[in-house]
Design a protein around this ligand. Structure first.
Ligand SMILES: [Zn+2]
Ligand SMILES: [Zn+2]
Ligand SMILES: [Zn+2]
Ligand SMILES: [Zn+2]
Length: 121
């Protein structure tokens, strides 16, 4: 029986369509990027997510370069853009800007996050 294969978004290797990661390059998003908020597939040239309206480009937390939210790392400095959910039973990768885990709902406390000033709206 033929299995459908699709090229990995990162390395171009053809892999099973239901793969959760690419066995060749280890990418966890082998079939392209997904919106970090709603999980809808997104493309690099989109300005915002067609489902939830999230902006798909943001500033790298380390170097400030414009990065695509579906990228795993900043293309300029290599800083990872995903953090792991601190809920040990969940452990899903979450985009660094997310305030809570999209899988389990646990608030994500970011190590580098300074305490937010009060009174801001
Ligand atoms: Zn790959
Ligand atoms: Zn979305
Ligand atoms: Zn960077
Ligand atoms: Zn979680």
């Amino acid at each position: 029986m033929a299995t459908y294969k699709q090229p990995c978004f990162n390395c171009g290797e053809f892999i099973e369509r239901d793969s959760r990661f690419c066995p060749t390059c280890g990418s966890t998003t082998p079939f392209g990027a997904h919106c970090p908020d709603c999980g809808k597939p997104i493309k690099r040239d989109q300005l915002c997510c067609s489902a939830c309206g999230r902006t798909l480009h943001t500033a790298c937390p380390v170097c400030g370069e414009r990065v695509f939210v579906g990228a795993e790392k900043c293309s300029a400095c290599g800083a990872p853009l995903f953090i792991q959910c601190t809920n040990k039973r969940c452990g899903e990768k979450q985009f660094f800007e997310n305030t809570k885990c999209t899988a389990c709902g646990k608030p994500l406390n970011k190590a580098s996050d300074k305490k937010k000033k009060r009174g801001e709206k």
